[in-house]
Design a protein around this ligand. Structure first.
Ligand code: 2NL
Length: 342
């Protein structure tokens, strides 16, 4: 009887230890623990038959059964540790960040088309040997008008609707005051260009109160209109990145004499004539002239010794013609569907 029980318990131990080691989840393991070692478990069922034995045998089998229970408990515990380890490893593997992946492709953005043309213009002039100069955006009446031969109460002031500050300053209506500052500081030869923002009290489909100009000035002995034409032609060729013709029409500016408007080959029809150039084949692009002696007088440059040319262009207009942009307001709306195209 005792012998049979020992065999039974040994067989139970073999089968259950295998089952424990084959369990693959903690839930299964817990079920097995109840099944084998629980109050109503298999080992308990075996021990219930102990009552039929003699006291000595009961003692012997009881001790054997307890050893078996301890062994199985130990196997349960180490299997539990193994399964918990496996679970942690599984979680680590499934939640691992792959740091070798590329970063999220954030949009880089790009330069505003106007600033691209601004930068290109500055580069062109620098390569032609011109210095780049800047000046204040709030000017005095003297630098914005008086020194440029636009006296108070002169009808030429009507050409520009000006913003005035409460302190009596003037928001510069053109970049020309920068040239006056430079000619006060430097004496010829002078080759400079002033790019920047200017302000006029104007706002409609084709005018914004703030816009950009670039203005060049070259003063030396013997400078004549031919030099002006050459530099204008070369600047336009480089900024539009194509071959184009220019023509100069007589015009008026208070600060130049003679003065001219510059037309260039229509970039839309190559001079054939189209809706944009009103069938003329030409587009007006800038104004220019030879510096008026009255301006030289304000900055103490002897107009009997020196002469100079100047020209000014609107950067919005150049940009619109270069890229075929048909609405000035697009520049200031910052709509990425527009900006992304450049
Ligand atoms: C235009 C015309 C022009 C100038 C700017 C200038 C400056 C000095 C002396 C003489 Cl200090 N001239 N600048 C000359 C002719 C035309 O600009 O339509 N700009 C958008």
């Amino acid at each position: 009887m005792a012998h049979e029980l020992i065999e039974k318990i040994t067989e139970f131990e073999n089968l259950s230890s295998k089952a424990i080691q084959n369990s693959s989840t903690l839930a299964d393991l817990q079920d097995l623990r109840v099944k084998f070692l629980g109050k109503k478990g298999e080992l308990t069922q075996i021990l219930k038959t102990l009552g039929k034995l003699s006291p000595d045998e009961r003692k012997e089998i009881g001790a054997f059964a307890n050893q078996t229970k301890d062994k199985l408990s130990g196997i349960f515990d180490s299997q539990e540790i193994e399964l918990k380890k496996a679970e942690v490893n599984r979680l680590i593997a499934s939640q691992k960040q792959d740091v070798t992946l590329n970063a999220y492709p954030y949009a880089q953005g790009s330069k505003h088309p106007l600033i691209q043309v601004y930068d290109l213009s500055v580069k062109i002039f620098r390569e032609l040997g011109f210095d780049i100069a800047e000046g204040p955006e709030i000017e005095t009446d003297y630098y914005n008008f008086e020194a440029l031969n636009i006296p108070a109460n002169h009808p030429a002031r009507d050409m520009q609707d000006t913003f005035y500050t409460a302190e009596g300053g003037v928001l510069r209506t053109h970049t020309s005051p920068v040239q006056i500052h430079v000619m006060e500081e430097q004496k010829p030869p002078i080759a400079m260009v002033a790019p920047g923002v200017v302000y006029r009290c104007d706002s409609d489909q084709t005018h914004t109160p703030m816009f950009h100009q670039i203005e060049a000035l070259l003063v030396d002995k013997g400078i004549h209109f031919g030099h002006l034409k050459a530099v204008v032609q070369e600047f336009l060729r480089l900024v539009f990145e194509r071959d184009l013709q220019t023509r100069f029409r007589p015009s008026f500016f208070p600060f130049t004499e003679p003065s001219a408007e510059v037309d260039m080959t229509c970039v839309f029809c190559n001079g054939d004539g189209c809706r944009v150039c009103k069938k003329t084949g030409w587009l007006e692009i800038m104004g220019c002239g030879m510096v008026d002696p009255a301006v030289f007088k304000h900055v103490n440059i002897d107009s009997e010794v020196y002469s100079g040319f100047a020209f000014g262009a609107g950067l919005e207009r150049i940009t619109m013609l270069k890229y075929g942009i048909n609405d000035l307001r697009l520049f200031f709306e910052n709509d990425v569907r527009f900006l992304n195209q450049f």
